[in-house]
Design a binder for this molecule. Sequence first.
Ligand code: PMP
Length: 443
Amino acid sequence: MTVAADIAVFETLESEVRLYCRTFPAVFSRARGAELHAEDGRVFIDFFCGAGTLNYGHNNEHIGRRLTAYLADSGLAHGLDLHTVAKREFLTRLRDVVLAPRGLDYKVQFCGPTGTDAVEAALKVARKATGRRGVIAFCGAYHGMSRGSLAVTGNRRARAAGGVGMADVMFVPYEDGPAGRFDSIGYLERMLADPSSGMDVPAAVIVEPLQMEGGLYPASVPWLRRLRELTERHGVLLICDEIQSGCGRTGPFFCFEHAGVVPDIVTLSKALSGYGLPLSVTLLRRDLDVWAPGEHTGTFRGNQLAFVTATAALELWERADFQAGLVTAGARLHRFAAWVRETQPGVTVRQRGLAMGIDLGAAGGPARAGRVQRQCFENGLIVERCGREDEVLKVIPPLTIDPVTLERGLAVLLDALGRPGQAAAGVTARAASPAAVRVAGTR
Ligand code: PMP
């Protein structure tokens, strides 16, 4: 006999704003690597990883050992922006493993704990450094839920909920999107070059080198290069939001590395701590560090435990087995993407490294994507959706996933999509749960 999960306290006490628990109805108790365990004994393969936070899997052993040793030694847990040993080790490791080998001469600003804090700091410092107010953002963008970052986020419903207006932000279509391709750079070039275009020269352009929430659209190498060249020529700062696309999700540490460009400002968070602990940073070109002491603060900007786990996570980047695993898993997703394209009529697949979007927009739409997602969940796989209408299955397994678990997860996904010759999940109609109604493209 299955005992109904005790979720009374969530339903009576927790706000209606909760989201993921409605899509993945279980009460989770333990997790390890790519697996999540529910208290009723079900085990799930996790192709969602805390919205791109758990790039090294749940409770990564190497990282966890460092954390428990640090706690056992009474290391500081909280430290504002005091100098601490944990922060020194993190900064040193970040410089040696990430910045110096790529020739990046950034200053590191520790922000409040989450991604949106890094975006707020980036926008603020860009405006302060240039003395201009305008920012250009892209349709489909997701940069966070606090007021400044919501203003550069595309989703209408999320913007309305935040009471955010258009002041000082101009949206331009991204290179690709559900409505097709657009010559964003040509358009921007024309607007910036024409002294009577009505567009003031902005402080910055903010861009995700891979739009995740918008539907998993990677910017092409030429597009990002042209954007860099254009912004440089007009003295406009280029902010790359790497909060979800960074920390190895697409192969290299930063997604912008594919294009060989160097942004002026970079935001990082989510997988940076490597263990799911809140940590966010804004990387600033050295001359853009125009802050006066204390001009931008935050109580939790010195999350020492996250410094410890982030330092351990960066050690993984120096290990050949980690690098090899990343390449192998990326190649497997690449082959899977090609196979789905070949065998699933109307389905578009976009993939870069360990980020894959299976777009059902023209092959059953959001309703089918919902059915595939639910079937995956019933068969032990957690996969989230993204895109304007939640029509894209977002497949983001841990970078450290072992080949056998990856294969098992892909098999569940394939079954739910409908193996060629079989009835696809898109054909067997099942009532959509009202809980699935939500603000699409906004995580
Ligand atoms: N930028 C991007 C690209 C994101 O994906 C997210 C989160 N989904 C954010 C910013 C905001 O991060 P947080 O939810 O931690 O505030």
